[in-house]
Design a protein around this ligand. Structure first.
Ligand SMILES: Cc1ncc(C[n+]2csc(CCOP(=O)(O)OP(=O)(O)O)c2C)c(N)n1
Ligand SMILES: [Mg+2]
Length: 445
């Protein structure tokens, strides 16, 4: 950080009343590492600072390794207790009841949509699905703290972010059914949503694809001076990809306004975190790359909201990346291609479902504040199910896109070899039409 940047940051933090203690920035880390060596103060002989271009600390004259097992772990920031009570008045985001109710309705609607679409895959009606159970707080808390124009790069388990932005149940269902109303024209697997209108980049299956893309987009935003930031969601498993490290380093060195938001949900399919990494989670890497970093309780929607709001302010005011590690738990199976009972116990899952659930925590808060009661809960559950079932039935009954669409939208003018393939496909289907369910498709001939 330059002297100017540092000064600006201090004034900015003061003016916003931000809690610097929750955000570990480079400056604080340097102080911490200096303390580590305070038992070995440099003698006068070594009373000089290292001038190596890549180091920022001091000389020591006794050999000492930093033992990661002896350094305190990075703390987890919470705003709301499990009983739904604000822990510190200063951390109350003071959201109005309308916003809190929208948060709750989106979290529960996402749950209902997940249940129906998961079941629909089990019945063979769609090809694939991934649920978001247990991680609703990370989606809604972060989405609510952003500007709608901030660009989102997701992994695949962030449907709640789109829901908050206004992607409709019909749009979710149309994509999962790959029907003629699907924005992607049926050319992607279910849950690979994308929406230009919602500033949500289309999901890519290969892990970490979105991470260098997000760093690049943030660099473009910095150059455009548009006052916006980018948020990049990724799992703790994806963080092991080389692309994750390239993204962190480019963003940090080039001072790009991007929030790297890690959903640490304990598993990467069947790989538990203890087999994924040896260090202190993903947050410790943020410090290593020189990014302000915070670890939050991802099942506390207000903690996530506060962290993303402060991170966004920092990104935009200082043009620099911030890393947030949201600790949560994947309650559902990884996807419909997984059976998690093979690698984890029912008791473990039940603990997170019943004892530490983001939805019940927010509901406790709402009940404590008289925003919500049993009657409202019952009525909303019924309405949510009806809304989901209506969109589901409509999406299922819609025709599938014209098969010709698979040749469109890559090239401006269709190249000759693809033109030939298209004609071959049409001739083949025409010849064997009794073997194809053409009545379910938009007219091919
Ligand atoms: C490059 C690549 N390698 C492997 C996979 C297969 N794969 C899909 S999801 C996944 C686990 C990712 O775990 P995590 O990043 O923690 O996200 P989560 O599913 O827990 O939300 C793996 C290994 C893939 N899609 N891409
Ligand atoms: Mg994971």
């Amino acid at each position: 950080m330059s002297v100017m940047q540092r000064h600006f940051f201090q004034v900015y933090v003061k003016s916003k009343g931000l809690q610097t203690c929750h955000l570990i920035n480079r400056r604080v880390f340097h102080r911490l590492s200096a303390n580590l060596y305070s038992q070995n103060p440099p003698t006068s002989k070594f009373d000089e600072r290292p001038e190596f271009p890549g180091s920022k600390s001091e000389f020591i004259s006794k050999l000492k390794f930093i033992d990661p097992d002896k350094v305190d772990g990075i703390p987890v920031y919470r705003a709301l207790g499990r009983d739904g009570k604000i822990l510190e008045d200063s951390e109350d985001p003071k959201l109005d009841s309308e916003t809190v109710i929208k948060m709750y309705k989106d979290m529960t609607l996402l749950n209902t949509m997940d249940r129906i679409l998961y079941e629909s895959q089990r019945q063979g009606r769609i090809s694939f699905y991934m649920t978001n159970y247990g991680e609703e707080g990370t989606h809604i808390g972060s989405a609510a703290a952003l500007d709608q124009k901030d660009m989102v790069f997701g992994q695949y388990r962030e449907a709640g972010v789109l829901m908050w932005r206004g992607f409709t149940l019909d749009q979710f269902m149309d994509q999962c059914y790959g029907n003629e109303n699907d924005i992607g024209k049926g050319r992607q697997m279910p849950v690979h949503y994308g929406s230009k209108e919602m500033n949500f980049m289309t999901i890519s299956s290969p892990l970490a694809t979105q991470m260098p893309q997000a760093a690049g987009a943030a660099y473009a935003y910095k150059r455009a001076k548009n006052g916006l930031c980018v948020i990049c969601y990724f799992g703790e498993g994806a963080a092991s990809e080389g692309d994750a490290h390239a993204a962190f380093n480019f963003a940090a060195v080039l001072d790009c306004p991007v929030i790297f938001f890690c959903r640490n949900n304990g598993y990467a399919i069947s790989t538990p975190v203890k087999d994924q990494y040896r260090g202190d989670g993903i947050a410790s890497r943020g410090i290593g790359y020189g990014m302000p970093t915070v670890r939050v309780d991802g099942n506390d929607v207000f903690a996530v909201y506060n962290a993303v709001k402060s991170a966004r302010d920092m990104c935009v005011a200082q043009n620099r990346p911030v890393l947030i590690e949201a600790m949560t738990y994947r309650i559902g199976h990884h996807s419909t291609s997984d059976d998690s009972s093979a690698y984890r116990s029912v008791d473990e899952v039940s603990y997170w479902d019943k004892q530490d659930n983001p939805i019940s925590r927010l509901r406790n808060y709402m009940t404590n504040n008289n925003f919500w009661d049993e009657e409202k809960e019952k009525a909303w559950k019924l309405k949510a199910r009806k809304l989901v079932m209506k969109s589901f039935a409509e999406a299922e009954n819609r025709k599938r896109p014209n098969p010709e669409e698979m040749f469109n939208d890559v090239y401006d003018i269709l190249p000759k070899h693809l033109e030939e393939q298209k004609n071959e496909m049409k001739a083949h289907v025409k010849q064997y039409k009794e073997n194809y369910p053409l009545e379910h498709y938009d007219k091919l001939f």
